[in-house]
Write a protein that binds this ligand. Sequence first.
Ligand code: ADP
Ligand code: MG
Length: 236
Amino acid sequence: MTGQIAIDAKNLGKSYKIGKSKQQVLKNVDFNACHGQVTMIMGPSGSGKSTLIAALSGLMKPDEGEVIALGENLWKKKRGKIDRFRLDHCGFIFQGFNLFPALNATQQVEQVLKYCKVPHGEAKKRAKAVLESVGLGPRLSLRPSEMSGGEKQRVAIARALSKEPSLIFADEPTSALDSVSGQVVIRLLHDAAKARNAAVIVVTHDPRLEAYADRIIHMEDGKILSDHMVDRSSQA
Ligand code: ADP
Ligand code: MG
């Protein structure tokens, strides 16, 4: 249900060793995000945003704390089960698109569905439908080298959405894009939260994207400084 907690993290801590010194990158971070909402994480470079996303999504085990994702204690699971959880429930969108150079748009999406064991015929149909839903209907057979940055990011979003994930993690998804393409990308993520009831967690530097957030969390120096819901009731 919308507004229900999808992911709930308590007391996350993480430090990196650099030579003999230790840098604490996450400091007792409590974080949660809800279904049907876009939760935006903002903060200066180096404040721990990507590390937080990695800890929430099963990519990097924190030194301390726990993550309850869709009701399951993520870091208590065995490695293979964590990978399975990510495959089944998490969609990822990164700044660098992470597309396969040799595959066209349809094949990028089909590839992921294949890992998710969706039969080939259905994968083909779903890939076409999801690419059309992000406005790439006329671009289905193009490879990354033939697409603009905005189009590539839309392929990455289509690929993430094709699995119908409950958790969507986007780490600076618009920072390599011009402002119009950036708006399109964030609107698609916003639509995914509203139409599919996904919990969408977006790291961004771009204050223009705040218009699409339900909640804005500011991080600095490994800590959460502020956390507020965006009130749109007074807006037309
Ligand atoms: P942000 O995404 O907010 O820019 P990060 O989470 O990427 O911040 O990084 C936070 C801090 O942790 C930075 O100072 C960065 O240099 C450091 N860091 C990140 N990953 C590693 C790593 N694998 N090894 C050592 N230090 C790291
Ligand atoms: Mg980062």
